[in-house]
Design a protein around this ligand. Structure first.
Ligand SMILES: [Zn+2]
Length: 604
């Protein structure tokens, strides 16, 4: 990649600056913000931030600035890391790292359509407006005389000063236009941020009045909106949330994810509740992986967002709401996003926020005892079912089977069918016969992602050497010496680039993954051995190629046959020479000569 500007999405950041940000970033320090790393040899290892695991398989090469997970194969550099952990696009990730390093970025003239850049600028402006508004509301709650009632209410719900500060709770006073008047933010900006608008008579109308405010942040911790709860006895709906703005889309935002995400990643699961106070209660009770939808049902956008953090989603809703309808959608999500949906059954009539305060232990137990979505529906069904007579048991079984039939996986269906048979004291064979055929499209089971082409160990070693110490292999090996196509592409990518990052940027995902993996592991073998083993294998392959050619030309001309035979003999002798020397110590110079001789033959 030369000095030409990179076109990155809609915003062009000068390539030189991208490079500068990348090299200014300490990848180990960056990863350490989320996962504990310890030094092993030249690498740093720890639990993978991208998948749940108990033994560390995440590896960082600090010098090369590359990470690789031997478990889930996540890989990349500081920019990829920020893209994936903060859910940002390329330019956003570079900006994030630049601000972390206190560096200014230059944008080039090809920075995409002006609108897109203006859009990014507008969003940044709205974020700032929200930050200032949140701060102002927060200060009101902490100290304004008119917030006394709100403070009393929060104390009564068990919120101490630390909780109020941690969640940046606020108080929106009564009256009109206070926010704009006291912060000096223009009505136009407040309107764009969903905080106020101009009334029919020209006055400013605040969106939140006499409410306790819960700021809502995106996963990266940037404010996007707010939710307001009325005090007991107040007027209007109990909860009121920011309406749709350029920053806020309720079907893609989960309250609390910014605080919960490290626990979500660590525990491999997210607990989804219904409201702000549920999340705060759950966090207080030790369920640190709790998040909430904001005044809306759990939607596909939420699912998509969470699937980037955990594979297990636990719904901790009111039991009736959790079990209702939507089964088909749940199974579809499970398949599409590769997640498993569970339901935590809470004691009837209790809400998580109350339970968190009265019996945190019980709340944790309920979450830990969450069952798969289908199991939960069946439990609920049998709870209310009459199983006293053969007739009623048959009816209950039929209704249960209809639920089972909705599940797309035949193996799963069959296991639940046996449970239903047990519950209703019916022979499972008969239930199978009676089973309702699944009404929807075929039950294709999810296939694991296509596994990568297997690279032979000696070729892996040679590539690893090429990544870590290119000077050791320069001039000594060629791309053609690799039998694996993937390894050959990887070597070509390295040979055609100035740096590892340049090679990775230009390579396919598969090749870039292989390069990261190699960079994140140590070279253990002796470089000379590695190079010679590769030459040895290449020579054997060349010999069998020569033999095949010899058979093909048999009888077609003595001259051609003789030529092939003499090449084969020369190659065989050179190979034997190299092997015999390898056995003996102190053969440095002769060995180098033998290697060079073989290399020359291989190249002709
Ligand atoms: Zn991993």
């Amino acid at each position: 990649m030369g000095p030409a500007p990179l076109i990155l999405g809609n915003v062009g950041i000068v390539a030189e600056d991208v490079e500068a940000v990348r090299s200014a970033t300490d990848l180990v320090a960056l990863v350490s913000e989320r996962a504990a790393l310890r030094r092993v040899g030249r690498r740093w290892v720890g639990l993978c931030p991208f998948h749940a695991e108990n033994t560390p398989s995440f590896s960082v090469n600090a010098e090369l600035g590359v990470y690789y997970c031997f478990g889930c194969h996540a890989h990349g550099d500081a920019i990829t890391y920020v893209r994936e952990t903060e859910h940002l696009d390329f330019a956003g990730a570079v900006e994030h790292l630049a601000s972390r390093a206190g560096m200014a970025l230059r944008y080039d003239a090809y920075g995409g359509p002006g609108e897109a850049r203006a859009g990014a600028k507008k969003k940044a402006e709205l974020t700032e407006v929200l930050e200032r508004a949140i701060e102002w509301y927060h200060e009101r709650l902490l100290s304004a005389p008119d917030a006394a009632e709100a403070r009393k209410y929060l104390r009564g719900r068990g919120y101490d000063g630390r909780t109020v500060r941690h969640y940046k709770l606020g108080w929106a006073p009564a009256g009109q236009g206070a926010l704009s008047r006291e912060t000096g933010i223009s009505v136009e900006l407040l309107e764009a941020a969903g905080l106020a608008h101009r009334g029919p008579y020209g006055g400013v109308v605040d969106f939140f009045k006499e409410r306790v405010l819960f700021p809502i942040y995106d996963a990266a911790g940037r404010p996007v909106g707010m939710g307001g709860r009325i005090l007991p006895g107040g007027e209007g709906p109990k909860y009121k949330n920011t309406q749709a703005t350029a920053l806020y889309d309720k079907s893609r935002v989960l309250y609390g994810l910014n605080w919960a995400k490290s626990a979500v990643v660590e525990r491999g699961q997210a607990v989804v509740c219904e409201g702000y106070t549920d999340v705060i209660g759950m966090h207080g009770a030790g369920v640190a992986e709790a998040v909430a939808t904001c005044g809306t049902a759990f939607a596909e956008g939420h699912m998509k967002l969470l699937s980037g953090f955990a594979r297990r989603i636990v719904l901790a809703y009111d039991a009736d709401a959790a079990g209702q309808g939507a089964a088909e959608r749940v199974y579809e999500w499970e398949k599409r996003f590769q997640v498993s949906m569970f339901v935590a059954e809470l004691p009837a009539g209790s809400d998580p926020a109350d339970l968190a305060r009265s019996s945190p232990e019980l709340l944790r137990k309920c979450v830990a005892a969450a069952v798969p979505f289908l199991a939960f529906r069946l439990q609920r069904h049998f709870c209310g079912a009459d199983l006293s007579t053969p007739e009623s048991r048959a009816r209950a079984a039929e209704a249960a089977l209809a639920m089972v039939a909705e599940h797309p996986d035949a193996l799963v269906r069959d296991q639940y069918l046996m449970q239903v048979a047990d519950r209703c004291r019916l022979p499972s064979a008969e239930l199978r016969a009676l089973r309702v055929a699944r009404p929807r499209r075929g039950a294709a089971t999810a296939s694991p992602p296509a596994s990568r082409e297997k690279v032979p160990p000696p070729e892996m070693e040679a590539l690893r050497l090429a990544v870590h110490s290119p000077e050791q292999v320069a001039g000594r090996i060629d791309a053609e010496f690799f039998s694996s196509g993937l390894a050959r592409s990887a070597y070509e990518a390295l040979a055609g680039a100035m740096t590892l990052h340049e090679a990775m940027d230009a390579a396919t995902t598969e090749v870039a993954g292989l390069l990261s993996e190699l960079a994140a592991s140590d070279v253990e073998a002796n470089p000379d051995d590695v190079v010679r083993r590769l030459l040895d294998r290449a020579a054997l392959r060349a010999l069998s190629d020569l033999e095949r050619s010899a058979r093909a030309v048999e009888g077609s001309g003595a001259e051609r046959e003789a030529e092939l035979a003499s090449r084969a003999t020369a190659l065989r002798l050179a190979l034997e020479e190299l092997r015999s020397l390898e056995a003996g110590p102190g053969q440095g110079e002769r060995l180098a000569r033998a290697e060079e001789h073989l290399l020359r033959l291989l190249r002709t």
